[in-house]
Ligand binder design. Structure first.
Ligand code: HEC
Length: 175
């Protein structure tokens, strides 16, 4: 038997043991509370299906961003230690593509879904739906996609057309 096959057997053996242990749980961990579960148990579709009630604009979003996001993502979404969130428009086909929420993401609704699911990085689920609508509006505003006072809610967010939307192709069949 080759060393490689022997390794596979060891791996399969280990998985088998793991499954046996799972059936006889040592009782570690703890059940999620309803609030913790609600913070992750949702899906927002590109067309906005799944968006909750609530609303916000970039004016309020700026304050929420400055308190909860600026430390990692920089002023106006740029210059921070983590991902750049604004700019890069028109750069994708050039020699130095800068993928940001504004230059790359095809659907504005994904911003809401992502923020509610994953940000702030150290405390996801800590912002209210109104706060997330407002920060979403702020990110769209600093990317020059909407006006600063435009209200973003479950009806208006799906109508926002992202600059890179048409460069995503669905149902492509190679010839
Ligand atoms: C403690 C640092 C930290 C804070 C605070 C934080 N983020 Fe992030 N953010 C990150 C990191 C790290 C990533 C990359 C995560 C990954 O790739 O899995 C990220 C990714 C993102 C992305 C995806 C970027 C992309 O192009 O893929 C967005 C949008 C975002 N953050 C927005 C926010 C907003 C809005 C807030 C405030 C509500 C926030 N973040 C707070 C660290 C942070």
């Amino acid at each position: 038997m080759s060393t490689r096959n022997a390794l596979w057997l060891v791996c399969v053996g280990a998985i088998g043991t793991g499954a046996a242990l799972a059936d006889d749980s040592p009782g570690l961990g703890q059940e999620l509370t309803a609030r913790e579960l609600a913070a992750v148990d949702f899906t927002i579709m590109p067309d906005g299906d799944g968006l909750p009630a609530g609303a916000g604009d970039a004016v309020t979003g700026r304050d929420i961003y400055n308190q909860n996001c600026l430390a990692c993502h920089g002023e106006n979404g740029t210059g921070g230690v983590n991902d750049v969130l604004s700019g890069g428009h028109g750069s994708l086909a050039g020699p130095k593509p800068l993928k940001t929420v504004g230059s790359y993401w095809p659907y504005a609704t994904t911003i809401f879904d992502y923020l509610r699911r994953a940000m702030p990085f150290q405390m996801p689920g800590s912002l209210s739906n109104d706060d997330i609508y407002a920060v979403t509006a702020y990110l769209l505003f600093v990317n020059d996609i909407i006006a600063e006072d435009a209200e973003i809610n479950a009806e208006s967010l799906p109508l926002v057309k992202m600059p890179n939307r048409d460069n995503f192709v669905w149902g492509y069949t190679p010839e």
